[in-house]
Design a protein around this ligand. Structure first.
Ligand code: 13P
Length: 250
């Protein structure tokens, strides 16, 4: 039985005061969430602040990325081992904004994935196609390349405690959401790719949907057999919406 995970990716948003307000809003409504696991992924600089705010709440903490290097002369980078020191459980890797704006290649994402696993953190590996790729019928190829980049280098065992997030690039921050059928098709395909290598790992893998998930559309998406939660952007910045999605995952 896979426990649903609803993770908020706060991206480049928040301040000390707005984050305090957001976390206290989430905590106030938390008792209604019975079954889903919740996680929040603030910008690195706020990890320590949020770690304190989450104390005793049962909500997990995550980082939005990490370096593909362990340490050394890499100005501006943050290593997986550093993130680990702030009680993070999750690290988002390969988000489409990292891939498309900051040039993270499949190979770089795979290296980051390995650092996350080596530090006993759980990677949330993001995969997804652009609108052009979907229209050209390349969705499956693009996503298997993104997954195979990790599989080929580190093998199926590296996925043992991982989470995968399917985030169609055309649905991120656009208000356009994949239909439950479109999302289920891709989620099923991802599970089958893993199943070909290891049935247990595939069966236990939590595959999240991300891309304009809101309380209004969450239920239908989360009812699909291979959708095990959500990676939430905009709606994770409002306590009521974030909790609304978590309730749909209950
Ligand atoms: P939105 O929910 O704002 O579309 O963002 C999704 C996302 O990118 C989560 O990582």
């Amino acid at each position: 039985m896979r426990q649903s995970l609803v993770a908020g990716n706060w991206k480049l948003n928040g301040s000390l005061s707005s984050i305090s307000e957001l976390v206290s809003g989430i905590r106030e409504q938390l008792s209604s969430v019975k079954n889903a696991e919740l996680a929040v992924c603030p910008p690195y600089i706020y990890l320590s602040h949020v770690q304190t705010l989450l104390d005793g709440s049962g909500i997990s903490l995550g980082a939005q990325d990490c370096s593909d290097q362990e340490n050394g002369a890499y100005t501006g980078e943050v290593a997986a081992a550093m993130v680990k020191e702030f009680a993070c459980k999750y690290v988002i890797i390969g988000h489409s904004e990292r891939r498309h704006i900051y040039g993270d290649t499949n190979e770089k994402v795979a290296t980051k994935f390995a650092h996350v696993v080596k530090n006993r953190l759980t990677p949330i590996l993001c995969v997804g196609e652009t609108l052009q790729e979907r229209e050209d019928g390349h969705t499956e190829v693009v996503i298997s390349k993104q997954i195979n980049a990790v599989l080929d280098l580190f093998g199926i065992e590296a996925f043992k405690n991982a989470v995968i997030a399917y985030e169609p690039v055309w649905a991120i921050g656009t208000g356009k959401v994949a239909s439950p059928t479109q999302a289920q098709e891709v989620h099923e395909e991802i599970r089958l790719t893993l199943d070909a290598q290891n049935k247990d790992i595939a069966a236990n893998m939590r595959i999240l949907y991300g891309g304009s998930m809101k309380p209004e559309n969450a239920k239908e998406l989360l009812q699909q057999p291979d959708i095990d939660g959500g990676l939430i952007g905009g709606a994770a910045l409002k306590a009521e919406d974030f909790i609304g999605i978590a309730l749909a995952a209950n």
